[in-house]
Each structure stands twice: as C-alpha cells, then as structure tokens.
Ligand binder design. Structure first.
Ligand code: BMX
Ligand code: ZN
Length: 324
C-alpha cells in the first residue's frame, strides 16, 4: 500500500482537519467550502496510550492509499478536541475523565514539531460553531449558540461575531451548566450538569439505573437504543427522554437569557434523532424563556452530522491568520 506525502504550502486550497472526541478520532483533507477529499477514523481508546500518538496514527492511516497522489500540499492542520483548550497555547488546559490523562497535553507544540507546519487547536464545539458560521445555518449571524449532544455535551458561543473564549479559552462549557442544583453528580465534580441529562453517556446511564431499579436486564443499553425505544413509545424510555427534554429546555433558557442569541444549533448523535426531538426541545425551551427572547429565535439542527467537527477543525486554517 502506498503513502501520500503531505507538504506545507500556505497558499494551498486544502487543510487537514482532525476531530478528537471521547469515542473516536476523525481525520480528513478538507477545503474551505467543506468538501472532504478523503477521511478516516480510529477509536480514541481513552486511557490507552498517548492521545498525540493516536492522532499521528490516524494521520498515517489518512495518508495510506491504494492509488492516491504521491504528494499533497496543505496549508496546515486544525484540531478540534474535546476538553478545555488553552486557545493561545493550543494545549489541553483541563479534560474531564472522559479522556483520562489528557490534561496538560501540549498538542500544538507536539504536532508542529512533528509536521513542521501551522497547527491550530480549539475545543471541539467551538470548532463546530465555526462550521455553522461559515457553512451552516448560522451564516451571516453574529449571535448564536451551538451545542453538541454527543459522548459529552459541549458548547460554543458566538457573541457579536466572535467566539467567547474567557480568560484562557475555557468559556462555553455549557455541558457543565447545572440544570438541577441537587442533581446527579458529574464527572467534572459538579452536580446536576446538563451533560448528565442530555449526553449520550448520560441518557444511557440513567436508563440503565432506571431498568436496574425495576429488576430488568441492563446489558448494553445505550442512548441509541433508548432513543429508538422512546420513538416506539416505550414508557420507561419516555420517562428518561422527558427528563432530557426538560433539562435541555432549562439549560437553553438560561443560555438564551445570558446571550440573547438569534439561533441555537443542536448537533451530536443525540440531536440527530429527527424533527420530533427538535420539536420537544423547542417546546420545553419556550416554556422556560421570556417570550421577548424567543420571538425570533430559531432552534435548528447542525450542519452535517458526521464530519462537521473535522471540517470546522480544518476551517481554522482560513478563519485565523496563519502563523509562519
Ligand atoms: C465534555 C468536555 C467538553 C467537550 C464535551 C463534548 C472533556 C474531555 N470534555 O463536556 O470539553 O466539548 O464533552 O465532547 O472535558 P464529545 O466527546 O461529546 O465530543
Ligand atoms: Zn459537569
């Protein structure tokens, strides 16, 4: 099997985008319009070895090919990573135990040294926010909030046309906004975090606990199954999902009051469960937000499920000035 060499060319129309989540790493060659030239995926295997090594392995797989070109020019590498990213340094300021041992990783330095080209690193959902701004339903909007309901719940806030970063880059962790001050303990150390109610992990865990409490078998029950059962009218799954919708309504109402957005974009596997899901989220949000804030508010689903993070990761190479 052959290997394509990739070389740094700041004027290239291609960039490498890498999306690193708690479950899998997607890597691809993308352009400014969101076209994906090629892509591949490896499981993240959190807790098993170093994440930078795993990223490098994913890139090696991306550039292995049967009959692709010998050489490809790219303007740099963009990484979208779960965890709180120090935006200035491109390092992992803090990661919850969704990715054990990841805190402190100087991701940009490692990848720049290895590949000798510009590398940008941002939080996975900040990058999704960029995809929405440049290619998705939020094009032209200056105030919107993006949430990804995946392994965890992540967020990105666009306020006055800029991603809100806070003092070192950690702003927008909306998954760790408490929607119940006495609620479920969270991996971050908090209580009642939205993530416990609206992430795939949280939905699966609550369903398993509920089934256990009534003496039912819980083996391999995950969020996908809970959502399928809810759609089929199962009573227990509906109880779990009703709680998810109330938690989302409560969290979104707070975000709406805080940031007065024009749009809320919902992405991630959980939000891809169709229009009925969105309708329920809208209804629970409208119940809890002041009407003056929701008159013109749209709650929509994200741009393109699978690859939106990877594309947004690459878009950083056009969004921000290139360091040389
Ligand atoms: C967690 C947190 C966020 C991340 C979100 C979505 C970590 C490792 N992750 O709340 O930074 O944006 O999950 O992540 O601290 P995903 O894995 O579901 O894409
Ligand atoms: Zn939390």
């Amino acid at each position: 099997m052959g290997t394509t060499r990739f070389v740094y060319a700041p004027d290239s129309t291609y960039a490498v985008g890498i999306d690193l989540g708690g479950t899998k790493i997607n890597a691809g060659i993308v352009d400014e319009k969101g076209h994906v030239l090629s892509a591949c995926s490896l499981p993240t295997l959190p807790g098993h070895g170093s994440i930078p090594d795993r990223i490098i392995e994913t890139l090696q797989k991306l550039f292995q090919n049967e009959d692709g070109p010998d050489l490809i020019r790219i303007r740099g590498i963009g990484v979208a990573s779960a965890g709180q990213i120090n935006w200035g340094e491109g390092s992992v300021h803090f990661s919850t135990d969704l990715i054990p041992g990841y805190t402190g990783t100087p991701l940009r330095r490692i990848l720049e040294e290895r590949f000798q080209m510009p590398v940008f690193v941002d939080n996975d959902v900040n990058v999704l926010t960029l995809t929405e701004k440049r290619l998705g339903s939020a094009q032209g909007l200056r105030n919107f909030v993006c949430l990804a309901l995946g392994t965890g719940v992540g967020g990105g806030i666009m306020a006055d046309g800029q991603i809100v970063r806070g003092s070192w880059g950690g702003a927008g962790e909306v998954g760790h906004m408490s929607v119940d001050f006495d609620g479920l303990p969270c991996v971050c150390g908090g209580m009642g975090c939205l993530e416990q109610y609206a992430s795939g992990t949280g939905i699966g865990a609550r369903m398993r606990r509920k089934l256990e409490s009534v003496g039912r078998d819980t083996a391999a029950v995950d969020a996908r199954e809970v959502i399928a059962l809810w759609q089929a009218g199962d009573v227990i799954a509906s109880t779990i999902m009703n709680e998810t919708f109330r938690a989302l309504g409560s969290g979104l109402a707070s975000l709406i009051h805080m940031f007065n957005p024009e749009m809320i974009v919902l992405g991630g596997g959980v939000a891809e469960s169709g229009e009925v899901f969105l309708e329920r989220v809208r209804a629970e949000t409208l119940k809890r937000a002041m009407p003056s804030f929701t008159e013109n508010l749209r709650i929509v689903s994200a741009y393109r499920g699978n690859y939106s993070g990877m594309i947004g990761a690459g878009l950083q190479l056009w969004e921000y000035p290139l360091r040389t």
